[in-house]
Design a protein around this ligand. Structure first.
Ligand code: CTP
Length: 412
């Protein structure tokens, strides 16, 4: 179920817009993921970015004319259409959008597009008035109805000096949407609630108690669930990460704020995955002004009080939702994870031993063991966190989460 674009054959279609320079970065990102990329350019695109740049970076000839032939003298645009696993048109101008909607084939790219049968991602980019014009909007509706996937342009300052919708999204977002094309929508009718990151418990206005959780695992789960077409809400403590695309993002600071946000959203969720590293204690009192050193020369004693165990409370109100916890341990992983699985009434707990470079809080990879309610234990090999997220969602999907919105409330 992994959404990797590794070894996929991607055609990048570049049109004549100022954002053509961003296509170079899209090419680089696709190559980083070991996709095979070939570039097709409209004649106008060649005025904005040099074919030589794309040729040098992709290591393959660029196709910009209908009358180019490969060594085997086959017709390039038809061959490329047959071999493509997916196509990205970025930037997609009003012109190519109009041609695609009308079935016009008068250059290599538009002719190629009529011949492709794989998913095509269209990334419009143009002046706001052009983008909002009736003709372009009508054509985009036609493309959507025809099964093309449209990446909505961003709003902001445009190269033409105006401000509004029409900016090409950043390359990582476009590549993320491509990854979604390769992912089966097996969570399409599910609402998934994910928590991620650390919490901060304020000591005074400038100090807090926290932990080194980066949020990477939770964000990877939210992103993977969105790729599988779930309706995802991510409740996150402070992190340095970009929010996943198309996910409802709720930012919180403290364990108390996280608890409020979780309980507000639990009702409508079918699957709840609590990845967050929630502080177990908070200062009993938060000083309203910065605590001064000269007032505590010898020692400063903090009194802490336990925070609410959010997951345990969810377990008491679980109903027929699937409830998944995480257990970060420094020793006795199996015993500790199993105890938490029972005590918090979970369907599954993901255990990992922290404190190793290849696994845990700040790492891009993780070595986890899954402990299921029925006693099954599954140790996964060390994988990157995106892969762990997909395996975890595979296992959760197999638990057959209820998709009925009128879910049993369970005991309070
Ligand atoms: N958790 C929670 N609320 C808390 C503490 C933990 O919801 N106040 C959740 C975490 O999000 C995680 C699971 O409980 O999914 C286990 O968290 P962990 O810190 O490993 O264990 P604790 O229950 O806090 O127990 P201990 O600190 O003693 O290991």
């Amino acid at each position: 179920m992994n959404n990797s674009i590794k070894n996929k054959n991607i055609i990048l279609g570049v049109c004549g817009g100022i954002a053509a320079y961003k296509s170079v970065e899209i090419l680089r990102l696709l190559q980083k993921q070991n996709a095979g990329v070939r570039v097709m350019m409209t004649p106008n695109a060649c005025h904005f970015a040099g074919p030589l740049t794309f040729e040098a970076l992709s290591g393959r000839p660029v196709c910009s004319s209908l009358f180019e032939k490969d060594v085997e003298s086959s017709i390039r645009h038809i061959d490329w259409a047959r071999e493509a696993d997916a196509v990205i048109i970025a930037p997609a101008t009003a012109n190519i959008i109009g041609k695609m909607a009308g079935g016009i084939a008068d250059d290599a790219l538009s002719t190629f597009l009529l011949a492709v049968t794989c998913p095509v991602l269209v990334c419009p980019s143009m002046n706001t008035h052009m983008y909002e014009s009736r003709a372009v909007q009508r054509n985009l509706e036609i493309l959507t109805a025809d099964g093309y996937r449209i990446v909505t342009p961003e709003s902001g300052e445009l190269a033409c000096g105006t401000s509004g919708a029409g900016r090409l999204p950043e390359p990582p977002i476009i590549v993320d949407r491509l990854e979604k094309c390769f992912t089966l929508p097996d969570l399409a009718d599910k609402k998934v609630l994910v928590t991620a990151g650390p919490t901060r418990e304020a000591i005074d206005p400038v100090r807090f108690i926290s932990n080194p959780s980066s949020g990477k695992m939770g964000y990877a789960i939210a992103r993977a669930a969105e790729h599988r077409d779930a309706d995802v809400t991510l409740i996150s403590g402070p992190t340095a990460l970009n929010p996943p695309v198309n996910v409802e993002m709720i930012r919180v600071n403290s364990a108390g704020e996280m608890a409020d946000a979780v309980f507000e959203h639990m009702e409508q969720s079918h699957i709840i995955i609590k990845t967050a590293a929630v502080a177990d204690y908070r200062p009993m009192d938060t000083a309203s002004h910065k605590i001064k050193k000269h007032e505590h020369r010898d020692k400063l004693v903090l009194s802490l009080t336990p925070t609410l165990d959010i997951l345990k409370t969810l377990g008491q109100r679980k109903g027929n939702r699937v409830l998944v916890g995480f257990a970060a341990e420094t020793r006795d992983l199996r015993d500790n994870a199993k105890k938490k699985l029972d005590a918090k009434n979970l369907d599954l707990i993901v255990g990992n031993l922290i404190g190793r470079p290849e696994s845990g809080f700040e790492s891009d990879t993780n070595s986890v063991t899954l402990f299921f309610k029925d006693g099954t234990v599954e140790a996964l090999p060390n994988m990157n966190k995106d892969e762990v997220a997909h395996v975890l969602l595979d296992r959760i999907a197999a638990l057959d989460p209820c998709s009925d919105t009128a879910m049993d409330q369970g005991a309070d």
